[in-house]
Design a protein around this ligand. Sequence first.
Ligand code: GLU
Length: 460
Amino acid sequence: MCMVVTRFAPSPTGHLHIGGLRTALFNYLYARGAGGKFYLRIEDTDLARNSQEATEAILQAFEWVGLDFDGEILYQSERLEIYQRYIQQLLEAGKAYYCYMGKEELDALRDSQRAQGQTPRYDRRYRDFKGTPPQGITPVVRLKAPLEGEIAFEDGVKGAVVVQAKELDDFIIARADGTPTYNFVVTIDDALMGITDIIRGDDHLSNTPKQILIYQALGFKLPNFYHVPMILNEQGRKLSKRDGAMGVMDYKSLGYLKEALLNFLVRLGWSYGDQEIFSLKELLQHFSPKELNSAPSCFSPHKLDWLNAYYLKSTSNNQLEALLKDFELPSAFDTLSAQQKNMLLEALKERAPTLKALSTEITHLLIPPTTYDPLKNAAEAKALLEDFVRALKNTHLQSLESIHTLLHNFLEAHALKPGAFMPALRVALLGKKGGIDLKQAIFILGNQTHTRLQAFLART
Ligand code: GLU
């Protein structure tokens, strides 16, 4: 079997969207899983719409998620001579021809076709032209498309695709200024790069018959095509920014882990039994484009959060601390001991779906409260808290055990059930009822415990 060679071929018109990343991921997994090659090609021939920043944004996103590609990046803007050579070859072989029809003439033809209820289409008038070309017109180059028959291919996702030749006209492969057109450059590059499998969005499905005609005209071997349906929102409509159609790096800023995002994206259009969580190793083992789904997939923000929470929980505290550097944390975080940090992350990572949410939780815990939930029997609670402050003075809050003993002895000495004191202690320390285990909170707060209780007592 020949080696699998795939590519991702973005047009650098903005940042890399999650739909683009999904396409890249499918191509990456297929090639890497099969021990083949994965290339990156920047389709930057449309100088008016492309920018260097957009290319850099794509590379930045690739680097973040860890998609590595083989060889050098290929830039179409640097390959004009190559494309022109192939245009020349087709002209010389009589498989393409110069068309001298000016824009006005073409518009007039289209108008009259429309008026007669026909599909507007170039009428091939220069296909076999042998005369003297009209003056003052720089010609375009058109491909001699077959006049009859059909263009058929087996799409790995859509199944058999058949287009009648008469539905295609002799389309332009080089504009009047000599620049090659989109379908032409894509085909030349895919052929010269030895791409064996093309996985791309089904918005490109209508380009494929034209590309196939170019492959055939040049005698290139056809690759396998897989056209994947779009990602829709939960209402089955096109994904908008609000639904999650953001740039890949926006997900990083929102605190998603790359593992979660990739796991999430791979399941949008591909499945392996009912497995939801995949390590990269498993994906490389199991992914096959043959199992890509022909129905559109649905973007569920809830599922992304669920996956992210899963990956956050399985991230070591050291790694979490490193990842949290990209998020705002109060300075108190840096003064915590290693054990306190460990306890803090252990306690809070269970409660946050994203790194951003985790940083917010940490901030809430480490910044002293300014408002407090109301207490039942406030006077009694205050008296108990004053006693507790005294007990606290003689205790080192060095372990959960010492905190447990302190609380236990305090409750026993006052003949109290936990429910009669702990809610007041919690509100005095954290401002709120609810939240993490109180012993853990006291351990994390350390000396702050004392300061916070006094601040609470001073204001009531
Ligand atoms: N440049 C095209 C795009 O960004 C992709 C072309 C292809 O995959 O064939 O949509």
